[in-house]
Design a protein around this ligand. Structure first.
Ligand code: CBF
Length: 831
């Protein structure tokens, strides 16, 4: 391409390259220029929002240069790319991250100071890009950061929801959902109105013969919706590599609106098509680990994968390579089953559009895709009614039937005597109505399937996918333990701790190789270091205490133990166990003498997290936490000994304040239910200890940091099934301590007892599926140990330092390197 530009023009282009700011004065100039021209404001009406916008634009200008170069280089070198398909990207704020990655935060700080602004206030103006529910979406965001930082040629593909995850308000103790319109001003996205794809829905399939007499399927009729690309640059840390996140937005294919209808006076219905089309990318489904089977959701999935594949295939075709080379150029990772239709869509493109034979096409498809499973919870495993598929995607249903037929034939050959096996592994579940099992389709259509922590990967191989292990062999299944980016989750969230670590480990290189943290271990016994460490934790707690005061008007003592559980509210995550434990503690304090109370370690129990709007039980848990808070927090017998806080609207930028302030965080899911968890990693990396069950990545964290540095309790996953069985068929006596808690709740101490009847009877009368009663006593005993150990601050801080020193394994960089080597077979592109 370069060579095709004539010399004089090329010279004009190159000599006028824009280089961005290099020093404070240039940065100021940039900000003033953006305020006065881009934003059409002046120094007299430049508020924090305008200053944020101008600052973001100045950094964006810098970023774009690297972005363009990276993209050109990826194109010219024709290197293999990984395409990460995720329906969720929980990115959070971008400015601070951009400042770190393209450098220049110090310059910006002093320039903004001179212009009359505090950089913290400016950073705080940005809306969170909250296009995700929880762990799965945030993992995708960490992966993008790592892929760019490690120079892998990678693109993310997702949906540009107009409304991200709802904002949570707490009114009278109840969760109320408010729409999150986050796109008022988004300097980080670039609309590509020239990159559009028409996506077909509904219609019918007509078979015909081509010129060679071959039968071809024509998908005809139905409706078309246009996908428009919006690109976001993803900068890497300490490298110019800047990858692309492409998000699709939907609009009516027919143009703005129906002019004929408009002219004949039908004003309202003239825009109906347009609105219907725009609905597809309007809103993120707010369910975490819960499948609701809504038609619009399936439409979102197809719309997004079809547009993405069209884009990927178009890029590949430009290289003029043979189709069989497709997997040498393209790796596609399915983040959960949400993008599984991509398997079917690629097969459709290859056989219906490109004229390949089935087997040749299928070999290409399966060599291209990898599938990550993120849950074993039955309610989260996606299934779609066959009838819905038939209606919405008739050609895809035919292809799914064929995929299933060939798959089952191969199974039958290998296991001729096992009739049951066929119905067990069939992609079509013979239920009423018949359903398409998306996880099975993803397994059959991929060359690798991975879980996200060791226990989880073992569980999928021994439970939900065990037949597939028999069929394909164990090699197709693997584990890639999740990780987190230390750039955001240590350096940005906890700058003082990051600085202290850098001062002892030889600079900020540890942000690129997290195992360098092990150098900290030699300072565990260094009193001065411990003191500095403790001071930083205290300062972070003061910051959170101020935030609590300003939002809830509750005063908490920063010297108390901050005990935090922030994550989506879900029965399997067992916030109910935590709040029952808090009530137990409260009842004990009430019974204590004044002398005994003096010996107690003060505690602040902090909760945060959203419940899916339709998840009634989870909403009851939030309600109970708030009601307990309003009783406990104003009880004069209790004073500072216990405070119960529910932080509204937990999101990425709040996590950045909460996590560094934690002394103890709770990861207490019923064993075998939390696939990995990633906040457990963030908390430990920020110098907090964990109370947790033997579940998900807690197990590997224990192995890395040592079991003396973590408070483990509760049932092991191998015993869960038997216990559940006993609950159903045997006698199930509720733990006596827990019974006291239930008595307090049912006596109306925390508001109308009827409100919480279901929470109590789920444990007492309905089988206690999540084993709250079984684990209650060991949870309480372990919390007592925590109280005791917290009193010895020197030892506590030593444990924290030792744990941080051993957390190197949990970087998402390690994780991405494993995907690259084991699954994607891609190399970093030298810069
Ligand atoms: O793997 C990332 C995370 O995904 C989930 O959030 C999910 O949505 N399935 C799991 O619940 C987490 O355990 C896991 O860490």
């Amino acid at each position: 391409v370069e060579a095709s530009i004539p010399e004089p023009q090329r010279e004009a282009w190159t000599k006028n390259q824009f280089d961005g700011f290099k020093n404070k004065d240039e940065f100021e100039k940039e900000v003033v220029r953006h305020v006065e021209t881009t934003l059409a404001r002046s120094m007299f009406n430049c508020d924090d929002v305008a200053a944020y916008s101008a600052t973001a634009l100045a950094f964006r200008d810098r970023l774009i240069k690297d972005w363009n170069k990276t993209q050109q280089r990826q194109t010219f070198t024709d290197s293999k790319r990984i395409y990460y398909l995720s329906l969720e990207f929980l990115m959070g704020r971008a400015l601070d991250n951009a400042m770190l990655n393209v450098k220049g935060k110090d310059i910006a700080k002093s320039a903004l100071d001179e212009l009359g602004f505090r950089i913290e206030d400016i950073i705080g103006q940005e809306n969170d890009a909250a296009l995700g529910n929880g762990g799965l979406g945030r993992l995708a965001a960490c992966f993008l950061d790592s892929m760019a930082s490690l120079n892998y040629p990678a693109w993310g593909y997702g949906l540009r929801y107009r409304y991200g995850i709802f904002k949570q308000e707490i009114i009278d103790g109840y969760q109320v959902e408010v729409p999150d319109y986050w796109l008022d001003f988004n300097p980080w996205e670039f609309p590509r109105h020239d990159v559009t794809v028409d996506i077909q829905f509904y219609g019918h399939v007509r078979k015909s013969q081509d010129a060679n007499g071959k039968t071809v399927a024509n998908w005809e009729g139905g409706e078309t919706v246009t996908a428009v690309a919006y690109d976001m640059p993803i900068p890497g840390y300490d490298t110019p590599s800047t990858n692309n996140l492409r998000l699709w937005s939907s609009k009516a294919a027919s143009g703005e609106f129906d002019f004929q209808k408009f002219n004949s006076g039908e004003y309202e219905s003239s825009v109906a098509d347009q609105q219907r089309a725009e609905t597809i990318s309007a809103v993120l489904y707010p369910n975490d680990n819960l499948d609701r089977g809504k038609e619009l959701r399936l439409k979102q999935q197809y719309f997004w994968v079809a547009a993405s594949l069209y884009d990927i295939v178009r890029r590949f075709k430009k290289s003029k390579r043979a189709w069989r080379e497709f997997p040498d150029q393209v790796a596609i990772q399915l983040n959960d089953t949400h993008p599984t239709l991509a398997v079917v869509e690629l097969q459709r493109i290859l056989i219906d559009k490109e004229g390949l034979e089935w087997d040749e096409a299928w070999a290409i498809v399966t060599a291209t895709f990898g599938y990550t499973n993120h849950t074993v919870l039955p309610e989260a495993l996606e299934k779609w009614p066959v009838g819905l598929f038939q209606h919405l995607l008739p050609r895809h249903l035919q292809i799914i039937y064929d995929i299933n037929l060939f798959f089952l034939q191969s199974v039958e050959k290998r296991f001729p005597d096992d009739r049951d096996m066929l119905s067990r592994v069939s992609i079509i579940e013979e239920s009423q109505p018949k359903m398409v099992r998306m996880a099975y389709l993803a397994i059959v259509g991929s060359h690798k399937v991975n879980g996200v922590a060791e226990l989880h990967s073992d569980l999928i191989q021994t439970t939900i996918f065990k037949d597939f292990v028999k069929i394909y062999g164990a090699d197709k299944f693997t584990n890639v333990t999740n990780g987190i980016t230390p750039r955001r989750w240590l350096h940005q969230a906890n700058p003082r701790l990051s600085e202290l670590i850098a001062s002892k480990t030889g600079g900020y290189d540890y942000l690129k190789d997290l195992t360098t943290l092990n150098k900290l271990e030699q300072y565990v016994d260094d009193k001065a270091f411990r003191k500095e460490w403790a001071e930083i934790k205290y300062a972070n707690k003061v910051r959170l205490a101020k935030y609590i005061k300003s939002t809830l008007d509750i005063t908490v003592n920063p010297a108390a133990l901050f005990d935090v559980q922030v994550k989506r509210i879900h029965e399997y995550k067992r916030q109910q166990l935590n709040i029952f434990g808090v009530i137990y503690r409260y009842l004990q304090i009430k019974e204590m003498s004044a002398e005994e109370r003096k010996k107690q370690a003060p505690r602040v129990s902090i909760f945060g997290g959203k419940a899916a709007p339709g998840y009634w039980m989870a909403k009851q848990i939030i309600h109970l936490i708030n009601n307990v808070g309003s009783v406990v927090n104003k009880d004069p017998d209790v004073g500072d000994l216990l405070k119960v806080i529910f932080l509204e609207d937990y999101n990425v930028s709040k996590a950045e304040i909460i996590i560094p302030a934690s002394d103890l965080s709770e990861h207490i899911s019923t064993a075998g239910t939390e696939a990995s968890g990633t906040s457990n990693m963030k908390f430990v990396l920020n110098g907090g200890l964990i109370i947790g069950t033997c579940d998900g990545a807690n197990i590997e964290i224990t192995r890395e940091i040592g079991q003396e540095n973590i408070f483990l309790f509760g049932t092991l996953s191998e015993d869960v099934e038997d216990l559940r069985h006993n609950h159903t068929y045997g006698k199930h006596a509720v733990d006596s301590g827990l019974q006291k808690v239930f008595d307090a709740i049912t006596s109306g101490k925390f508001g109308d007892a009827n409100d919480f009847g279901a929470l109590v009877s789920a444990v007492r009368d309905h089988g206690d599926y999540y084993l709250v009663s079984d684990d209650f006593q060991s949870y309480i005993d372990t919390q007592k140990m925590v109280d005791e150990e917290y009193k010895n601050q020197e030892e506590w801080v030593s444990k924290c330092i030792r744990s941080v020193a051993r957390m190197g394994f949990f970087s998402s960089d390690r994780c991405i390197n494993e995907y690259a080597e084991e699954i994607w077979n891609i190399e970093p592109l030298a810069v």
